[in-house]
Design a protein around this ligand. Sequence first.
Ligand SMILES: NC(=O)c1ccc[n+]([C@@H]2O[C@H](COP(=O)([O-])OP(=O)(O)OC[C@H]3O[C@@H](n4cnc5c(N)ncnc54)[C@H](O)[C@@H]3O)[C@@H](O)[C@H]2O)c1
Length: 337
Amino acid sequence: MTFLKMQNYEILIEEGGLSHFAKHIKEVYEFDELFVVTDQNVFDLYKTKLIEALVGYRLSFVVLPPGEKTKSLEVYQQAIKTLIEKGIKRNHLILAFGGGVIGDLTGFIASTLYRGISYVQIPTTLLAQVDSSIGGKVGIDLKEGKNLIGSFYDPKFVLIDPSFLKTLSKREYANGLAEMIKAGLIGDKKLYTYLLEHDTVTEVEISEAIQVKRNVVLLDPYDKKERMYLNFGHTFGHAIEKKHQYETYLHGEAISYGMLIALQIGIQIGDTKEELYQEVKTLLKSRGLIQEPLLQMDDYRDEIVHDKKNLADGLRFIIVTKPGDVKIVKLKESDIL
Ligand SMILES: NC(=O)c1ccc[n+]([C@@H]2O[C@H](COP(=O)([O-])OP(=O)(O)OC[C@H]3O[C@@H](n4cnc5c(N)ncnc54)[C@H](O)[C@@H]3O)[C@@H](O)[C@H]2O)c1
């Protein structure tokens, strides 16, 4: 088992860790009533296991439809209504049990309902385990764009049990691998090298990927500076997702194309070697994350210009100089578009 300390909470990473869940809850919560927010897929697959792990607790479930559309104002409002009807009080504990959609939405509910209720993250997708459950960013989407309403709100703890990953589809698994490849490229050469050679991961690599994110989040909890490193590949990734209405490409697929475009820009400005680009391209292709012909940045100009992360003082861009090493460069729109 690995324990990673964040500023206000711990991340517990253990294969089979769900079986010790009740013990961890007892350390942070004195009552016997728990409110579980989840989606229908996770509920169908893991309801029994969760109930078994939490013997002695009374569980109230809020089961939502799977998919990004659940991160909406309408579902937010509906889920809050259900929680209130089921009797939730300010000192109760909510469990966010699912992928990143459930984690982001439930964290946002927890941060706003009664001006803040405690919650715990139990991420069940690889993407949620290595990325969305870490760092305290919670929120929902608007018709105008993704993650436009949200807050920073830390959970009581995060429980990561890689055994949930056994039921993930190959495509959803690869979606998480893409964020791990990014983590390796920006901050952990050993992890990157492992991912070149293996298409499955264990709690060891999950911990390594989390530590890359953890290190920048601890330096910059509110996303003002260093946390920007995590955006490697995301300027184009977000543009690709947006242009295709968040339907054609999963996030990991979009950022895979985005990482390649970012590496190309690195080559253009003399900071990145062509061999690294070729190596990453072969890796992403072999994991089913990209297909040739590759998506080209020319087709995503409008979306890039409107990305909320493009700050008023120009486009700050993350360049990987070699695996594990990054730098921020300031580009003008005309440099890349
Ligand atoms: N807060 C952050 O810092 C942050 C970071 C990255 C991404 N995100 C957000 O995360 C969301 C994407 O998360 P996601 O990729 O986990 O998507 P998701 O939550 O939609 O899950 C993907 C699919 O996998 C299913 N699923 C979940 N666990 C499963 C399991 N163990 N076995 C089988 N199926 C399972 C879900 O029902 C869903 O159909 C996006 O909304 C994105 O904006 C947030």
